[in-house]
Design a protein around this ligand. Structure first.
Ligand code: FDP
Length: 351
């Protein structure tokens, strides 16, 4: 049985100890093993995760052909965040909505590209939040972009079927989260609450294979990732931290190297695998932070916690924040335990 894909809540289900996941196992086989190892599993959760993986494969296909298929560039419309919508964003959003709807497993979705939550109907017991195409300003310049998602249980009766309140639960209620990165390879990084695993797509056979079993975020890294163009817009603790982390002090392991792609999936993926810290803090332009709680910060924070790292708003855990609306924003800091602790001290003024 593969421990990683047992359906939550794990504590409620007795199971035998899990063998290590085997590199090269297909995602489908991995999911099936998880389902078989979960007494009482109906297959609904497995089927929902399969629908998400299918969506990612379809989006991958279009991203790879974007230049040829005339999908680059803007549609001329703006989304609910006031940003210009690109053709691939629209395509990715419609793929996720229609594949999830056809799966019959998802009651409601919240998407970066939809002003309101969309009720998908059916008897779905889950709700899904997603950013269909993250890092969209990088599409036209051939830099890694991705899809980010998380799954929560729909609220049980007496909440009405399709209740939108299921979307406004804290990240602690997440039962699965992941992201795909359309980079030099397409990789799907996934957690169902029992660790984090990465699957790489073999485009020749159209299948995801386990390539990164049991991902652990190193306890300490050597890079920081932040848009330093915002320096003059930051508050004093943030400026102090950045000045410190690039100062020359060998005894403290300084300076750190700087890496910033400007696609959350790419910056988070590097930080998850290699350690260090990523920060998108509040600034004068975005006083509440720029990134979105439900479909960017929550899935990433969940994955980092699962991998032994952390995800905060600088001080408090992202997963403890109660959302007020589906498009709430938050400052977001992700990374290794060590760097996250130091960052927090700077924010609290104790360092
Ligand atoms: P983008 O605007 O290209 O969609 O989701 C927002 C996001 O990208 C993240 O992917 C990325 O981390 C961040 O914004 C980049 O913002 P800056 O350009 O302000 O650095």
């Amino acid at each position: 049985m593969t421990e990683s894909l047992k359906r939550p809540p794990a504590a409620a289900t007795a199971s035998t100890p899990a063998p290590s996941p085997v590199v090269g196992t297909t995602l489908e086989a991995h999911l099936m093993e998880g389902m078989r190892g979960t007494p009482g599993a109906s297959g609904e959760f497995t089927s929902l995760v399969n629908a998400l993986a299918l969506s990612v494969r379809i989006i991958h296909n279009r991203v790879r052909a974007a230049g040829l298929a005339g999908m680059l560039g803007y549609t001329g419309e703006t989304n609910v965040q006031g940003e210009e919508v690109q053709k691939l964003d629209e395509f990715a959003n419609e793929v996720l909505c229609s594949v999830l709807e056809r799966s019959g497993r998802c009651a409601v979705v919240a998407s970066e590209e939809l002003e309101e939550a969309r009720v998908l109907g059916g008897s779905g017991q889950y709700v899904v939040c997603f950013d269909p195409l993250d890092g969209s300003s990088n599409i036209d310049v051939n830099i890694s972009i991705g899809t980010i998602f998380c799954v929560l249980r729909a609220l049980p009766p007496p909440a009405p079927a399709g209740s939108l309140d299921g979307l406004l639960q804290t990240g602690r209620q997440i039962v699965a989260a992941g992201y795909s990165i359309y980079g030099s390879a397409t990789t799907l990084v996934l957690s169902t609450g029992q660790g984090v695993h990465g699957f790489t797509l073999d485009p020749g056979v159209g299948e995801f294979f386990l390539s990164h079993p049991n991902i652990r975020c190193p306890a300490r890294g050597g890079t920081y990732s932040v848009n330093e163009g915002n320096f003059t817009r930051w508050d004093e603790p943030m400026r102090k931290w950045v000045t410190w982390i690039k100062s020359d002090d060998k005894a403290q392991g300084l300076p750190y190297g700087h890496r910033y792609v400007g696609s959350l999936v790419a910056d988070a993926h590097r930080t998850l695998l290699k350690g260090g810290i990523f920060a998108y803090p509040a600034d004068k332009k975005s006083p509440g932070g720029k990134l979105r709680l439900l479909y960017e910060a929550n899935p990433m924070a969940y994955l980092f916690e699962q991998a032994g790292g952390a995800g905060t708003n600088g001080v408090d855990a992202i997963l403890d924040i109660k959302p007020k609306t589906i498009h709430d924003r938050t400052p977001l800091v992700l990374g290794s335990k060590h760097e996250m602790g130091v960052f927090r001290e700077f924010m609290l003024g104790t360092r």
